[in-house]
Design a binder for this molecule. Structure first.
Ligand code: ADP
Length: 694
């Protein structure tokens, strides 16, 4: 039994061992399988990793080659130290890419332009850098680029713009060259036309003097022709001079108060003889709501008007020319209308260009430079205004200038008379004047009945509602006008005025004897009409019709020194002075003029009452003489200052200022205008000891 039990234990032990061994073997097998599997997975991971690494290397190479290929300069810096730079940037410094990273290398800055900030914090700027290949302009875009946790570097990407800058520079230089050539041209024109003026003024002045020497009829005709041609030439020279001044930007605009009515009258007076010669009407009208005084450059506005009115008269053979000035908001509107041939629509733009004429056919009828309207356009633009032309209903042209002119403080508000219920008959066939009269009458609340001839007027007079006044234009014929006045009187018209041009006024005789209550000089001004047809004066300052110029007052014989280097001008000035009853002494240069004045001061020569000093004389000029005279006067106390008047061929604002600064009393233009000279002589005579004692 013992034996059997011990053998059973052994058997059991063996079985247990076998089971353990089997389990261990199974576990080992599983373990191996897992290890084999993991090894396989690891191998595949390594392979994928290798693939990624290769792709990455490939992509970096790809981007690097792209960056290198595009030619832009790229640099990244951490502070001043370069952390990355491409080949193009390295080349800019003449270095190799491998040398540059980690260095503090910087190209030398030659010039730079101000930076511009872009959205997102970037900056754009241009720099000129010294490189081994010479100076290069680079346009940079600078940005801050984050690189690692909280860290960033400054990145600049630059493009070489040297060629563009060179082209810009060339353009600037070319423009400067063109401008200076243009300026030289304008200067040349100004000088040449200025030089033309001097002999021309001599010719004109001599023609004047010659005309006064008792010529026969034939000689008078020749002298008149000489004068007309000379004036035409002077007009052209003036045009060129003005144009060159505007071109060269030399024109200084004045800004002073002026009387608009006086301005329009001056233009009408100057232009009226031309219109009379052609037998056409010249009418002017100022809208009653216009300020009487404006602020601006009176002379330039007059020049605009003279150009437009001059053209209108030149191109109009029948009918007339009307100047109308009105107000549109803050703009003063100057209309110059005519009944001439008009301007084809397709030429209306071009005629404002220099040297352009509406009719460019070789057989064109009108002479001229084609500069007048170009000057008008430039002047109006300079004043901030505009000019244009349109066709008129019924034919002719209408030039319209709009200027931003403010009313001056000196402006008078003209109280209009109350003509409500007043009926005024206007008998006139004048294309513009009749319409303007109607406007004047209506502005006062009156009723205007316009008849273009005597027949129409008679029909209106037969109307039982009789008129209070009649204005009859002598242009309908003297006999007809007188007959009509008689009929008007019979029809109960109380006031009957005849309208006459200044020339007709001289020939008409007494209006009262002809059956009129009075006369009006054409162009009829609103003020005059209101005054004539109102029971009492209605305006604060009513100007009377211009009276015939009074005979020259008898005055003491004045002694005048003329300092003038040009012999002809001197002859002209001295002769004119002699005509005015003065004793004229000529000094051909500044130093001789000063010597003559000093001799007078010392009692060794004539004491002058007035000195005319040419500004430009060789050697001692007029300004130097004036300064010397004023300083001598200070040395001799109690001496009354000698009236010194500068004379210049071209009075610019600069000339005038220089003359006044040198101590002169005035500056007059050459050729000496008789009226201006006379004003000075009157002034000097008024303070003359002989006048005072008289
Ligand atoms: P100019 O009169 O010296 O030729 P402008 O510049 O004054 O030069 O005028 C240019 C052109 O415009 C004239 O030649 C003419 O053909 C045309 N023109 C100007 N004003 C008038 C007008 N009132 N009626 C018809 N044509 C005109």
């Amino acid at each position: 039994m013992d034996f059997s039990s011990s053998s059973s234990w052994a058997a059991i032990s063996l079985v247990v061992l076998a089971v353990f061994a089997t389990v261990a073997a199974v576990l080992l097998l599983r373990q191996r399988e897992r290890i084999v599997r993991q090894a396989a997975e690891l191998a595949s991971d390594v392979e994928a990793l290798n693939d990624r690494l290769w792709t990455l290397a490939d992509s970096e190479e790809h981007y690097r080659s792209l960056i290198e290929a595009q030619g832009d300069l790229i640099v990244r810096r951490d502070g001043a130290r370069i952390v990355y730079a491409n080949g193009a940037y390295a080349a800019l410094l003449g270095l190799d890419e491998t040398q540059i990273v980690g260095s503090l290398a910087q190209p030398r800055l030659v010039a730079s332009r101000p930076a511009q900030a872009l959205e997102g914090g970037a900056r754009v700027f241009d720099e000129c850098l010294a490189t081994p290949e010479g100076e290069r302009w680079i346009s940079w875009v600078e940005t801050v680029v984050p690189v690692a946790l909280g860290q960033s570097v400054l990145q600049r990407v630059g493009r070489d713009i040297t060629a563009r800058i060179a082209a810009e520079q060339e353009l600037v230089e070319a423009r400067a060259r063109a401008e200076s050539a243009n300026e030289a041209k304008s200067r040349f024109l100004a000088t040449v036309s200025h030089e033309f003026r001097t002999p021309l003024n001599g010719i004109l002045g001599m023609a004047d003097l010659l005309g006064d020497t008792g010529l026969d009829a034939e000689q008078t005709t020749y002298v008149r022709a000489l004068r007309t041609s000379g004036e035409a030439l002077l007009g052209l020279v003036d045009d060129i001079l003005d144009f060159s001044k505007v071109e060269a930007g030399k024109l200084e605009l004045a800004s002073e108060p002026f009387d608009l009515g006086v301005l329009v009258e001056t233009v009408s007076e100057l232009m009226a003889p031309r219109a009379q010669v052609k037998g056409i009407e010249l009418a002017a009208h100022l809208a009653p709501d216009l300020p009487t005084h404006l602020v601006g450059d009176r002379d330039r506005i007059r020049q605009i008007l003279l150009n437009l009115v001059g053209n209108a008269i030149k191109f109009t053979d029948r009918g007339g020319v009307g100047i109308r000035i009105s107000r549109d908001d803050r703009m003063v509107v100057i209309d110059v209308a005519d009944t001439g041939p008009g301007i084809p629509e397709e030429r209306r733009q071009a005629i404002f260009e220099e040297f352009e004429q509406a009719d460019v056919s070789p057989a064109r009828r009108h002479e001229g430079t084609g500069l007048g309207l170009a000057i008008v356009r430039r002047l109006t633009a300079l004043m901030g205004g505009s000019v244009g032309v349109e066709g008129r209903e019924g034919g002719g042209s209408l030039f319209r200038v709009r200027l931003p002119l403010e009313a001056s403080e000196a402006t008078e508000t003209a109280a209009l008379p109350d003509w409500r219920g007043k009926r005024v008959l206007v008998v006139s066939g004048a294309p513009f004047g009749a319409g303007f009269l109607r406007e004047i009458i209506r502005a006062a609340g009156g009723d205007a009945l316009v008849a273009s001839d005597a027949e129409e007027a008679r029909a209106l007079l037969r109307d039982p509602a009789s008129c209070d006044a009649a204005l009859i234009d002598q242009e309908i014929g003297r006999t007809e006008a007188i007959a009509l006045a008689a009929e008007a009187r019979r029809a109960g018209v109380a006031d009957c005025l005849i309208m006459l041009s200044p020339l007709e006024r001289r020939q008409f005789g007494s209006p009262r004897e002809a059956g009129f209550t009075g006369f009006l000089v054409k162009p009829v001004r609103a003020r005059s009409l209101y005054q004539r047809l109102s029971p009492r004066p209605v305006l604060s300052a009513v100007a009377a019709e211009p009276a015939a110029s009074p005979p020259p007052p008898s005055r003491p014989r004045l002694s005048v020194l003329v300092a003038e280097d040009n012999e002809i001008n001197a002859l002209l000035a001295t002769r004119t002075l002699e005509r005015f009853g003065c004793a004229a002494v000529w000094a051909p240069d500044g130093s001789r003029a000063l010597a003559a004045i000093e001799a007078g001061f010392a009692g060794d020569g004539p004491c002058f009452d007035l000195v005319l000093l040419d500004i430009r004389m060789p050697g001692m000029d007029g300004l130097a003489v004036a300064r010397a005279v004023r300083s001598r006067e200070k040395e001799g106390p109690g001496r009354a200052p000698l009236p010194l008047v500068a004379v210049s061929a071209n009075v610019s604002d600069g000339d005038r200022a220089a003359a006044l600064a040198a101590g002169m009393d005035d500056c007059l233009a050459k050729p000496l205008e008789r009226a201006a000279l006379q004003r000075w002589l009157d002034r000097v005579a008024a303070s003359h000891p002989l006048s005072r004692s008289a």
